[in-house]
Design a protein around this ligand. Structure first.
Ligand code: C2E
Ligand code: MG
Ligand code: MG
Length: 726
């Protein structure tokens, strides 16, 4: 509103008259005018409304004193200033507001903010009146502003209250005389009554007749004593139906403490019951398949155990796991996995009788409890096997997973529940163990729980606990078994681990190495073997008798595949200052199952250092001749199983001959293990075997005994004596 033309309508005449001190003749009419003017000013300034007179360009020509109360700016200061400066809106918007006044003529209730003297904000509702000149053109505008700040705040609160009022709960408000004033939409939804049906009536129209007078008297007593009542009440809906509601009534009092209204809020109990049902369903059922979950299963199992004891009829638990379910999830995604689980659930339910339980434990694990089978354990087991096989067949049928055709087998473990001392958790565990047995046996099959399995598992669990402590308590030992050449000279030894447990005594590797592999403890144990063997080689270096002996250590595939295996081994070799050429690593054919390129790279790295490699138990595993050619090996070790029956078994003889010939053609050294007799040795030697290991030359021995054996064999021993059994 810049560059406004000066208002030609600025009216100063009355002011001039009143403030004039000059010899002006004031006549009666003038005095009357002055009185009227003074009255008008008094009136205007006493009004609570803000009054402003503006030029067409928005310049303030006059304002009453209300503006000073609001803004702190005096009336005189305001004169001549732009009206929009007062408004708490952007300039362009303020201009627009004024233009609206101009274009639309007399506006009403247009709201804008005004900045107050304490820097807060007041909301003013503006009305305007246009003043016309004698030609009927708008000459000036009078603005009337009413402070509606409080009203706006109340409106806001009311709108919040209105939203709250339209909540999910039915709401009903009465006056102090219990006449219904308002109801909300939820009220109508629950009771069937519209607002028009009930406004002006007493809530007693909802009475169902279910409660006596004492009930209502107690309600009113509570309301008058405490201001609230809450409880369950039976009411009649518009359609006559009787329903139970959870109701809260609160008395609303005014400042004087007199009740003005009663506010009732209620919910349909059936809704609560439905919600409770839902909670229960979530707590006891698997949301994906709708089958009982573990919690409900345990409950049902408990009942089955009791009824089995009562009736004497057998029951069984089937523990079922889908084969290769993870692959499906990984390849087709979890949505397809979910679809499969749902279809499996349907098929399982179809395979059993009504009283039986099919539950989903989670993932792809299902448990089926079959009850009321035969009294005879054997017969019941046969029945269970028939049903389990039916399940296998049913689950083996093709699945349609959206556009995918899918095939899936399963593995089932079974355990009988009657006369079992085991609790429900233990029974589930038994069925689980049997299921694992089924998996191990090749999947897609049924396996019954065998207590011997449990004993092995328990023993393993016990041993596992002890194995964790074995390293810490230095319970491992290395025993050394001598290796000789064709002339009977000692050329080296194989280090074989032993676990010397304070209570269990000497434990052989067959009993704990598989467990160590399963638990990953083999890595730490293997590292200990490497360290101990290197320390031994270092000690041997200083004695003439032992300084040329090689030492073979067994390295499991898992240990060898560790990314830092090469670095650790190198550190041990360097740390002990040993000749790497005397260290021989025995790997088994399980190494073929791993990443061959990585294996070969590690072997090459160690071979560059001088370390030797031997392929242990050769002939028993996955011998792949192509790989054999690629592996940087030094020696093949003929497995003792072929040596054992060499003399009596033609095929073993053929195998051993072939291995020796093959080693020769691959330019590898060859050693036979498990040589117990001279006959065996002679045959091997005849076929071209170069080295031997076995009881014929010496059993695995603690280091002191091994060194004693060395001494006894060295130098003075004639070749014929060398092959005597020790
Ligand atoms: P392996 O490496 O094939 O060891 C040869 C096994 O044959 C040894 O059993 C040894 O005591 C036994 N043996 C040697 N000569 C004869 C014989 O003339 N007749 C008979 N009947 N047996 C003989 P051991 O010490 O019980 O070791 C069993 C297996 O445990 C070893 O087979 C090896 O695979 C593993 N093992 C031993 N020590 C370690 C180790 O430090 N680390 C790893 N990862 N595995 C080891
Ligand atoms: Mg070995
Ligand atoms: Mg072996």
């Amino acid at each position: 509103m810049n560059n406004k033309p000066q208002s030609p309508h600025r009216n100063l005449s009355i002011d001039a008259l009143l403030t004039s001190k000059g010899p002006v003749l004031i006549g009666e009419s003038c005095r009357a005018l002055m009185r009227s003017e003074a009255r008008y000013r008094l009136l205007i300034n006493r009004m609570s409304a803000l009054i402003m007179e503006l030029s067409l360009t928005g310049e303030i020509l006059y304002s009453n004193e209300v503006i000073t109360q609001i803004t702190g700016i005096s009336v005189d200061e305001l004169k001549g200033r732009d009206f929009t400066e007062l408004l708490l809106i952007q300039e362009s918007a303020a201009e627009m507001l004024h233009q609206q006044f101009l274009q639309k003529g007399e506006l009403c209730a247009v709201r804008s903010g005004i900045r107050t003297h304490d820097n807060s904000r007041k909301i003013i509702s503006w009305n305007s009146v246009n003043i016309y000149d004698s030609q009927g053109l708008i000459e000036r505008i009078i603005y009337f502003g009413i402070d509606v700040t409080k009203q706006v705040a109340i409106e806001k609160e009311l709108s919040i209250a209105a939203i709250a009022f339209e909540s999910q709960e039915g709401m009903l408000i009465t006056d102090a005389h219990n006449m219904i004033l308002r109801v909300n939409r939820a009220f109508t939804a629950i009771t069937g009554y519209t607002a028009e049906d009930v406004i002006g009536l007493n809530p007693r129209i909802f009475k169902s007749g279910h409660h006596d007078e004492a009930f209502y008297a107690a309600m009113w007593n509570s309301l008058s004593d405490t201001g609230v009542w809450a409880g369950e009440i039976w009411n009649r809906r518009k359609n006559g139906e009787i329903s139970s509601e959870i109701l809260t009534i609160a008395a609303v009092k005014n400042a004087a403490g007199i009740v003005t209204n009663y506010v009732s809020a209620f919910v349909d109990s059936s809704v609560i019951n439905k919600a409770l049902e839902e909670i229960k369903s979530l707590a006891f059922y698997d949301p994906l398949t709708g089958l009982p979950n573990r919690r409900l299963l345990v409950d049902r199992l408990e009942q089955s155990l009791l009824s089995s004891v009562r009736s004497g009829l057998e029951g069984v638990i089937l523990f079922l796991d889908l084969d290769h379910f993870k692959t499906l999830n990984d390849t087709l995604g979890h949505d397809m996995g979910d679809l499969l689980l749902q279809q499996v659930a349907q098929r399982l339910t179809a395979c059993v009788r009504e009283g039986d339980t099919v539950a989903r434990l989670g993932g792809d694990e299902f448990v089926i409890v079959l009850t009321a089978l035969s009294e005879q354990k054997i017969e019941a087991a046969v029945q269970a096997e028939i049903i389990a096989n039916e399940i296998l067949i049913s689950l083996n049928q093709i699945y349609q997973l959206n556009t995918h055709i899918y095939h899936c087998s399963s593995s089932i473990g079974v355990t009988m529940i009657n006369n079992s001392e085991a609790g429900r958790e233990e029974l589930l565990q038994q069925a689980d163990i049997a299921m694992y047995q089924a998996k191990k046996a090749g999947r897609n099959r049924v396996c019954f729980f065998d207590p011997k399995m449990q004993a092995t598992i328990n023993a393993n669990a016990d041993l596992e606990g002890k194995l964790y402590k074995a390293l810490e308590y230095s319970q491992f030992r290395l025993h050394y078994q001598i290796q000789v050449d064709n002339s009977g000279s000692s050329v080296g030894a194989e280090a074989l681990i032993r676990w010397l447990h304070p209570e269990l005594g000497l434990i052989f590797p067959i009993q704990f190495i598989p467990l160590a592999e399963e638990t990953g403890l083999i890595r730490a144990i293997g590292q200990w073997v490497v360290e101990t063997a290197c320390a031994q080689l270092s000690a041997w270096q200083n004695q003439a008798l032992t300084c040329n002996l090689t030492l073979s250590i067994n390295v499991s595939a898992q240990q060898f595949q560790q990314s830092d295996f090469v670095a650790h081994l190198q550190a041990s070799i360097e740390g002990h200052g040993i000749n790497p050429g005397l260290l021989n690593l025995e790997l088994t054919e399980s190494i073929f199952l791993a990443n061959m390129d990585e294996t070969i790279a590690s072997m090459n790295a160690l071979r560059t250092l001088g370390v030797q490699f031997s392929l242990d138990d050769f002939g028993t595993g996955y011998s792949c001749l192509q790989y054999l050619k690629r592996l940087p090996l030094d020696q093949l070790k003929i497995d003792q199983s072929f040596v054992r029956d060499l003399i009596v078994d033609n095929s073993d003889r053929a195998i051993v001959s072939t291995i020796i010939a093959m080693a020769k053609s691959l330019e590898l050294d060859v050693i036979a293990e498990g040589v117990e007799t001279d006959e065996q040795r002679q045959f091997l030697q005849h076929k071209g075997c170069l080295h031997y290991q076995g009881y014929l030359f010496g059993k695995p021995l603690p280091i002191e005994q091994f060194e004693a054996l060395l001494v006894s064999r060295t130098g003075h021993a004639a070749p014929s004596e060398t092959f005597l059994r020790h």
